[in-house]
Design a protein around this ligand. Sequence first.
Ligand code: AP5
Ligand code: ZN
Length: 217
Amino acid sequence: AVLILLGPPGAGKGTQARMLENEFGLVQLSTGDLLRAAVAAGTEAGKRAKAVMEAGELVSDDIVIAILRDRLAEPDCARGVILDGFPRTTVQAAALDELLAANGQKIDAAISLEVEDAAMVTRISGRYTCAGCGEGYHDTFKTPEQSGTCDKCGGTEFKRRADDNAETVASRLEAYHAQTAPLIAYYDDKDVLKRIDAMGEIDEIAQGLANIVKGAV
Ligand code: AP5
Ligand code: ZN
């Protein structure tokens, strides 16, 4: 199966993709995570991407497409994938169509997480993740059961992203509206678009998404 999660920064794509990954045995492919790993590893692509990401702008299509293509070719992806944060431009969407066609695959659903811009700043500014396993948390909306200890791995170290500040969030939202929001119409035209209200509780949204996925794959 191939699923796409569309939505602005902070909509909950990563949170929901991780839940779907567990429930359906799919592989989460986040180009944001892949790019942050490239930056941390100091690869050529990472060096080119770093400043762009810190400014909240989109990394160039050629870099992102190459990273995604390599990851998609790894054997675990044959189980099926949830794309989180890709595609983000019409050029990336066309490249994905070509990559999938070459593998005899198709998109089962492109799910748009619909949220109000005003909620994004609160969600993003409270976000942090476990340094050990990557589980995502929020200061108010998703706290560990035992304060300071990760529910998933028991780790006690957490980190925050360099681009999760109010100024960068504003640029990320602007980039979303200008370059990514047009993909909603792109997938609607292909009859694979589903919409979900993503303003509610995390678990409630997860249930709605699971129902969409069951119907689509
Ligand atoms: P990326 O890593 O993709 O970031 P993003 O799209 O800005 O999305 P986020 O990770 O911020 O949000 P999310 O929707 O996953 O929300 P989350 O689940 O964490 O991209 C980063 C950068 O990399 C880009 O700016 C760009 O430079 C570059 N990049 C990446 N992909 C690219 C591409 N394809 N092309 C070009 N450049 C690319 O939730 C947020 C917080 O809210 C969490 O704390 C969570 O616990 C909480 N939360 C989640 N759901 C709810 C809820 N329902 N109610 C309350 N709180 C909630
Ligand atoms: Zn952890």
